[in-house]
Design a binder for this molecule. Sequence first.
Ligand code: PLP
Length: 349
Amino acid sequence: MDIKSLVRKNILELKPYTSARDEYRLGILLDANENSFGSTFTAIDGLSLNRYPDPHQNDLRKLVGKYFSIPPENLFFGVGSDEIIDLLIRIFCEPQKDTALIPEPTYGMYKVSCDINNVHTINVLLNDKFQIDFEAIEKNYAENVKMIFLCSPNNPTGNLLIKNEILTLCKRYNTIVVVDEAYIDFAEDGTVINEVKDYPNLVVLRTFSKAWGLAGIRLGFCAANEEIIKLLFKVKAPYNINTLTRFALEQAIKNNEIKNTFVKKIIKERDRLKHLLETLPGVIEVFNSDANFLLFRCADPKGVQKKLASERIIIRDRSTQPKLEGCLRISIGTEAENDELWDALRKIL
Ligand SMILES: Cc1ncc(COP(=O)(O)O)c(C=O)c1O
């Protein structure tokens, strides 16, 4: 597949921003108008916060590459995976001309990012099992579809997409297929991250905001073939990943056992809460979840959400999304939080 044929012409021709640090990182650094005297915040020893971070993300790529067994050349980091979604749209979709195809219901940022970039979206539906509907895609596919956005496990439905079907889509269409695996740590299996070496148009998104408990540091990454990674480096802001974020991630990877413990606890609570919800007469359906949230259907979602909010328990109303009539989404809290939620829901439903 010729990835270049999918890239916007101005991006192919773009001369990216360069800095002296691309060539030199050591010595008397008088090239970037930094403050050579020091920084006003020095709480963490050894971090030179007065200096710009590495534009090539080399330490992060090595560290995360080693942890996930992915070659560093196939990795790119963004300010959350949300930044990467935006950059990909900017690389591949010509505003007002190209389109992105988004099987729904799914995570809302794909469409919002397209809207911000003035890129039209084609909204097709997932099938009744919230899996890829090949017929619907075939019917709506056009020459100018440059990207397809998939989310697995899908937010807000919670299910993994079938791996072979994702790969079939990659083979069938001459378009970039983005698979957002933000919640993959909570699923038994089903990742396609190792397939990027065989599928040049596949981009897999990951985030440290969920299982790793690091939503506050804003760090996500993608794995993709080297050509796409190089394009991402070409268009990103020069120093997008800050030094404090890099430092936090280094500590987190050292503490990865904590992440594994979180995942176990969250899955245990997810299963407990699912069983409890299923016993409530006012609950019509609780969907299976491979993520850190549960989706359930009831008769009066807005009323339930409001009543919970009056007890200071905040959940998400998803009932206006296609196929999700009556549906509410609950993120899995701690045991104590879930107990409080349960007490409140028992009264309401
Ligand atoms: C499917 C999905 N992708 C991406 C994100 C955003 O991730 P990040 O915090 O890395 O920007 C979210 C956040 O809720 C999400 O649900």
